[in-house]
Design a protein around this ligand. Sequence first.
Ligand SMILES: [Mg+2]
Length: 369
Amino acid sequence: MNLDQTAAIVGSLWGTAVGDALGLPWEGLSPRSQRQRIPQVQGHHLILGRGMMSDDTEQSCLVAQALILSGGESGRFSAALALRLKLWFLGLPAGVGKATALGCFRLWLGFNPDCSGVFSAGNGPAMRSPILGVCYGHNLDQLRDLVRRSTRLTHTDPQAEWGALAVAIAAHLAASQPQATAPQLWQQLQQLLQQALASTAPSATLNQFWQLLDRLPLALSQDLTPRQFAADLGLSRGVSGYINHTLPLALYSWLCYPQDYAQAVTTVIHLGGDTDTTAAIVGGIVGAAVGVEGIPEPWRSGLWEWPRSGSWITRLGHRLGRSLATNSPLAPEPLFWPALIPRNLIFLVIVLAHGFLRLGWWLVHCLPR
Ligand SMILES: [Mg+2]
């Protein structure tokens, strides 16, 4: 059954948040190290069986607020997102990527939003783009423009932009055709992406991008598991934050389980590496197909967050849905921002404690005796 657009938006935002929180405790570990600690990820493991969201979800929420404020008008969107990124950066978000941090810093220095980004092909723009696809996938020109503006605030390497666009189109297809099979989804993704990139000047980098994506249908036809596909791409020790590593494995995990949130997200987490971001991307795509109800309830209630709580995320999604339905800008969803300061401090302490526990585990189990 197709969800209405608001339900797809709420599902995508929740999917991003839960994937991010589930993947965060395993970030930076190889699949082998992950298995040594836990045979299978089946729930939250950050603190006392609860999970918290990181920069991936926060940036998706900033994009949603910028869309509400701008009504999708690209100049206003760009300005609204730039201002939100600047304010968000003041809160010293733990785990923010280097290029995103530099982009925010350059915005504070007064750089124009069109040229504040740095030349990087990291996965920052892709982590915040599923929501763009769910909202504007029906209008490819507008989607391309919004993805470009969102990307260039922090990243200027065209590969970062193409990867973010592919993720946005995937989320649009998930929301609009939740019952489609993997080959159908791949075919349409390829078609829409070709259309969106038709005016892009041919280059060796673009050829490399297409060659990379061409490996997806091949892997599907060979019935490879995501783990086998990762090994095929030389990523058996984990998926890095380079977009050309993140993108094929996020898309493949979605294509293997387009209607199964739990499988898709745990599968990509089990591939190791940048697990909070890969799971946030896959979660944002599959969440748009299955809606909130398709995300396991214990994973939703296991989110430990405030002031961007689960109910706040739901309200944010509903407000964005209203803005799209009326095709007009609205005031942003109110957020009790002073609470972000203690929240971010607590989050930082928990992440640091997690790092020390990990180090302790490694000293006990891995040092030669
Ligand atoms: Mg993160």
